[in-house]
Structures are given as C-alpha cells and as structure tokens.
Design a protein. Structure first.
Length: 719
C-alpha cells in the first residue's frame, strides 16, 4: 500500500543496510547516508543527522552549500557531471526540478519503494524517480523523463548516482577482452572523474561490471565497500567522481548516441536500473546481488542440468552419426542436456555464410533435426540449440532479399566483423521475421534450451533513412524479442552468450537463465574469470565447462581434476569430443559429474565465499550452506610459491561457534598435483580434523603443497 511521505527525511532499512533520503527544500532527493544500518531513528534524530552532516559553506561554486541530488543538477550549484544532459534545439540545457509529490510503499516481496514526482515547468519536463531498497539490502534506482513541452526534447544522457563517504578512497573496476573477461584493476579514488564508457553495443568484455569504492585495502572478507552496477545490455557508462566539495559519487546510465532519444510532446524516456550494494568485504557485497536474484520468481528453481555442448567437439562438421555417437558418450558420463551448436542451418558450413537463414540445412540434415532430437531425448537428455538471432552474414538469403534490414549509416555498411553485420531489429519487419523463425523452430522441435549468441560489436550502427544511432533501439528490440519469445514458449531456457562473456548484466539476466562466462575454458584463466563474474552473478547462472586436455583458446594442458574442479563451481557442462576420451578419462569425468549432482543443491543455493590468502600463488574459494551446516572449498595453486611448505589455509564463512569435520573431498582429494604426496600432512585423510568454525576461519589449516595449476577439494560439515 502506498502512502504519501509526510516528513522531509525518509529512512529505509533492510538486511543491515540503511539509506536515508532528504526530500526537503523542494529540490530533487539527496541521499544523506547509504551504508550500514543506523538503527531506528525518529524524526528528530533524522533531522539532527541532516544538521550534523551539513558542511560549512566554504569553497562551493555558489554562495552557501551545494546539495547533490541522486540526479545532480547544475542549477543547484553542482559543476560535476550532470545527471541530465539534453536540450530543446539548443535551449533548456539546464534543469531546476522541484518535487511535487513523494510516496512510499512496501511491495509484497518486502521491497521498500520510494516514488518521487518532480517537474521543471520552465524546461517543459517531468521526472519520476524510483528508489528501492530490497529485503536483501540492495538499492535500485530508475528515472523516467517526460517531455511536457510542445517541442521535441533531445536526451543526450541521464545519469543516476549514489554517494559514498570520504573514507572510500580506493576503486575497483574491471577491464578485459575476448577470452579474458572481467580482469580486476584498482586505482586510488582521487579528485576528478573515473569514467568507464562502453560503446560496443553490448555489455562488453571490458565493462566496468561492478564499480566499487571502499576503504583502502578492502578485500574479500574485510573492509567497507560500496558498489554500483548499470543494468543495461547496450552502450552505457559508469563513473566515480570526487572533488574538494564532493566526498564521492558512484553513478551509471545509458550512453546515448546523437539523436537516439528525441522525445515528442508527451513521450518519455526510462533509464536503466542502477543497482547499489554495500558490504563489509566483497563477499558481503556480492551476496546481496545473489540473494536478490535468487528471490526473483523467474529464477531457475530445478537442479541445473549437466550440459554437453558440441562446439569444441565438432565445430561446423555436422553429421548425424558423429553427433549421435557423441550424444551416447555424453549420456554415459551423466550429461543431462545436449546442445547442438553453430552449423545446423542454411548454407552455414563455416562462419562466412548463412547467418540469418534460420531454416534447418537440407544438405546436412536431409531429414531435419528430428532424428538427432529423438536420439538425444531417447537417452534421457534434453535437447538445446545454438542461435544468433541479432546477426546476419551478407552472404545469406535474408541479406540478399532485404539488404535494408542491416544496421547502417546512409550510403555505407559498417566494416564486417567475423563476416557479419547486425540485423536491425528495431525495424518491425526484421523483428517479425526473427520472432517467426524462432517460434517455428521451438514449435516444431522439443527444444528445451537456446544458446543465444551475439558475436560482434555494434560498430557504426545507424538506423533508418536518416542513419541516427541505432544501439538504443536495438537493445530495446532485443529485450522485446526475448520477452515475446518467453511468452510463446515459457518452458524454454535461454543462455546469454556474446562471443563468450560479452553480454553479462542484470537486465539481460531478467530474460535469460544463465550466461556463457567466457569462450575460454582454460581452467587457469577460468579461475579468475569465474571468480569476478561471481561478484555479480550467482554460481548457478555461470556456464562452466570441462574442456579437452589441451585448451582450444590457449593451448595449455591441464589434468582433468583441475579442469573439472574449476568447472564444478558454476553450471557444469562438457565441451569435449568424448569419443576421443579413453575409458579412464570417461570414468573420472563421470565421478566429477556425480559429485556435481551431489553438491549442486549446495553450490546453487549457498553463500559464495573467498578467502583472503596472503600467498599470491594460492587461492581458496567455496560455498557455505545458508544454515552453515555444509561447505565445499577449493584450494587452488595458480603458480609456484615463494614459501615451501605453504602457509595455513583459511576456511571463510563457517558458523564461528559450530564444530566442523573437515576432510578431503573425492574425487578432488588425491590428485597428481599434490606435491606433498610423498610426505605426511597429519590431518590430510578421511579422518580429517574437527575444529570450530572460528578457528578454521581465523587460524586455518596447514594446506597441502600443490604443483602449479592444480586444485584439491575440502568438505566441511557441521557435527
């Protein structure tokens, strides 16, 4: 039930987090505090908080103090990055919004929702701001801008912000590339703007991902940290800004190309959601994202099936006998879902032709996909299919018939990437064609899963006869396509793949059931890629596959225990031509798949934890059950250590007052990588050791020395 806000200051509290919002003075809302819960403060205490936090009016660009709203305005005296950038044919570049009304309501799921309506009559603009605090302590903000004037208003950008205190003096964000997504980088949070812009037309390998500010030295398990995520799958920007009069802002929004959003009278533009998470350590920050995602009604509820994907097994070499043999081998080791990758349609014998012709190839599949689908289903496995609906090869029937369906600027096509162009889904006829073809495939065949790929950036992406920027419209059209397809086929799961991990964000995950974390399944690279993707996305939504002995993307060779033990901490799959695996390899893989089936309930509902290990050659990560009754940890060596033997292994996240039985977990208990196998480590064996969780976390256990690029598993159960 909604209620008008009666006081000037509103405090929202949940799960150890508080956000205090000042609605006084008629201007846009200002956040007085976002961080640790302050307890129940009455109106007098909230007023005192505001008074005690007001600065001396010194050093501001205007007389008096400058109050910075969640959508910062220059009319308030703020000379940093503006919250709204736009104009009416050059006029009305600056706004001075005034609050008309504010309502606070509690949703059925416990979310506290503050809705503020504001207006600038002079500029002819209305604004609705939504600020939410979820039961998990996650903050969400969104804005809707409406043109209330008679003339066109051009929106150049809309940015929402959240403040952080001065002690948050260190920044963490991410960079990356294809096959090496989400690589962390730290910088000091100094005066000025750290602006991360993404112009790829998709979320991007090198997106900021989560832009975090924390006390210097913040780590997995300690240090206050505040982080924001811009939930948008097209062009976007994230920023951290600080000045002599601004302790710090984190913000984000869509990056609009010129002319992409022009509002006629009465039309509105809605910004992406900006998410904010606060915690003591990165694990705490991540847990809020994970708990919120798991509480969504559409979050996958059934056990995540073991996947076999055919890409690195056969590439484009499709043949019924080969693929049925591969399906037999996959079923024999315990696979539950078999996915046919690229090469099944049109003239698609390599990546240069046929993309966009979503008809089963009569040359390769003269009897259609039915024989393979029936064989897969007969083995007790679901059938999945690869598609790339947003792209087209110029050498395709659809491109030859409709050359105007490609995103372009007038008079030229963008340069090709992987022999591809982008199908302009903002064109109704192109949208209808793709929706119709996908609907026809899902109607004809019992397809349980679509691997939805997106293999190029949107370069020079113009739309329509004028060639205005087309990324905004394309992104909205893709969301609409997924939404409509899910209505037509509600039981089908969809994976967000984009040359691997190029489209990983919370808005695409509102419509999909997992992300393909990276095209690189080299286990060493995946240790970092999966760890940092998990900062935002829970493990059950991270596609993690066991590859062949030699990684196709790097050429590295790893033992099966390292490959499988790495893939275990995600949504497990296999990307390997199992016809070439020997009996021993298949038997070992079946053991790992058996372990996954045994522990996926723990891995996909528990709390992801990461130890702060002093030795840079080692890492420890794991999952602890929500009630603290069970836990699985991986002790990983990524290099050789300067210490010999290595130090103690902390087991984070356990109930400090409970006693745990800790012992090696098969099949990751004795591997060829335990360098200490010829010497005795007293506790290492089936009997293990029994200690309180506090001791295991604070003191730890003497860890086995491992060869580099090896891991072992530990199980801790409460006794």
């Amino acid at each position: 039930m909604a209620a008008d806000v009666t006081g000037e200051i509103v405090q929202l509290r949940a799960a150890g987090v508080a956000i205090v919002v000042d609605l006084g003075g008629g201007t846009l809302p200002r956040v007085l505090h976002w961080g640790a819960d302050l307890g129940g403060l009455d109106a007098d205490a909230l007023a005192a908080l505001r008074a005690g936090a007001r600065p001396q009016p010194l050093g501001f660009p205007v007389d008096g103090e400058v109050e910075i709203a969640v959508l910062p305005e220059q009319s308030a005296g703020y000379l940093g990055t503006p919250g709204l950038a736009g104009h009416r044919d050059g006029a009305d570049f600056s706004t001075a919004f005034r609050v008309l009304a504010a309502q606070l309501r509690r949703e059925r799921d416990g979310t506290q929702r503050l809705v503020v309506d504001a207006q600038d009559p002079r500029a002819g603009l209305g604004l609705r701001l939504v600020l939410e605090l979820t039961p998990q302590g996650l903050v969400r903000q969104q804005a809707r801008l409406t043109n209330t004037g008679p003339d066109v208003y051009t929106v150049d950008g809309l940015l929402l912000t959240l403040p952080v205190p001065g002690r948050a003096a260190e920044l963490l964000d991410f960079t990356g590339r294809h096959l090496r997504e989400r690589s962390p980088q730290r910088t000091a949070f100094t005066h000025g703007v750290r602006l991360r812009e993404n112009r790829r037309g998709r979320t991007g390998y090198d997106a900021a991902h989560v832009l975090a500010a924390g006390v210097p030295g913040f780590a997995n398990r300690h240090g206050e940290v505040w982080g924001v995520h811009t939930a948008w799958s097209g062009n976007h920007r994230s920023l951290a800004e600080r000045s002599h009069y601004n302790p710090g802002l984190l913000g984000g929004g869509e990056l609009l190309l010129p002319g992409e959003v022009r509002l006629e009278a009465g039309e509105s533009y809605t910004s992406p959601w900006l998410y904010g998470s606060y915690g003591h350590g990165l694990d705490d920050l991540a847990a809020r994202f994970h708990r919120w995602m798991r509480a969504r009604p559409q979050h996958p509820a059934r056990p995540r099936p073991v996947v076999a994907n055919t890409w690195e097994a056969v590439y484009f070499e499709h043949d019924l006998t080969r693929l049925t043999d591969l399906a037999d081998a996959a079923a024999a080791v315990g696979v539950e879902r078999f996915v046919l990758d690229d090469g099944w349609f049109g003239s698609r014998r390599d990546d240069s032709t046929g993309l966009g012709d979503w008809f089963v190839s009569a040359d390769v599949w003269p009897d259609g996909l039915g024989p393979l689908v029936r064989h897969v289903n007969g083995l007790g496995m679901e059938f999945g299919l690869w598609v790339e609906p947003e792209m087209v090869n110029p050498d395709s029937d659809v491109a030859r018939a409709h050359p105007d369906w490609m995103l372009r600027t007038p008079g030229r096509l963008p340069r090709e990437a992987r022999h591809q162009q982008v199908l302009d889904l903002a064109r109704p006829e192109a949208f209808a064609y793709i929706l119709g073809r996908l609907d026809a495939l899902l109607t004809e065949y019992p397809i349980a899963y679509l691997k939805w790929d997106h293999n190029r950036d949107l370069v020079d992406a113009g739309h329509g006869a004028r060639g205005v920027g087309g990324v905004h419209g394309q992104t909205r059209a893709v969301y609409r396509l997924l939404d409509e397809l899910r209505v037509l086929h509600p039981g089908v799961e969809v994976e967000s793949c984009s040359s691997g991990g190029g489209r990983v964000d919370l808005e695409v995950l509102e419509r999909t059931d997992r992300v393909w974390t990276s095209d690189c399944i080299d286990a060493l690279e995946r240790q970092q890629i999966q760890r940092w993707t998990n900062l935002l996305v829970p493990l059950e939504l991270l596609g993690a596959h066991v590859g062949s002995g030699a990684a196709h993307s790097t050429g590295r060779r790893h033992p099966l225990s390292f490959r499988a033990g790495t893939a275990l901490f995600g949504h497990l799959g296999v990307e390997w031509d199992l016809r070439e695996a020997d009996a021993d390899q298949r038997a070992e893989l079946a053991e790992w798949i058996g372990l996954y089936k045994d522990v996926r309930g723990l891995l996909h509902t528990g709390v992801a934890v990461h130890g702060d290990v002093a030795d840079p050659a080692y890492d420890v990560h794991g999952v602890v059950a929500q009630d603290g009754s069970d836990a699985l940890f991986a002790w990983v060596a990524t290099a050789t250590s300067a210490d010999y033997p290595t130090g103690r292994l902390p087991l984070p996240g356990l109930d400090p007052d409970a006693i745990y039985h800790v012992r090696p977990q098969a099949p990751g208990a004795t591997v060829d990588g335990v360098a200490s196998q010829w010497t005795h480590l007293p506790w290492w064996g089936p009997e293990g050791v029994r200690l309180p969780g506090r001791v295991l976390s604070e003191v730890g256990l003497q860890a086995p020395v491992l060869f580099p690029e090896r891991l072992v598993l530990l199980r801790a159960t409460r006794v």
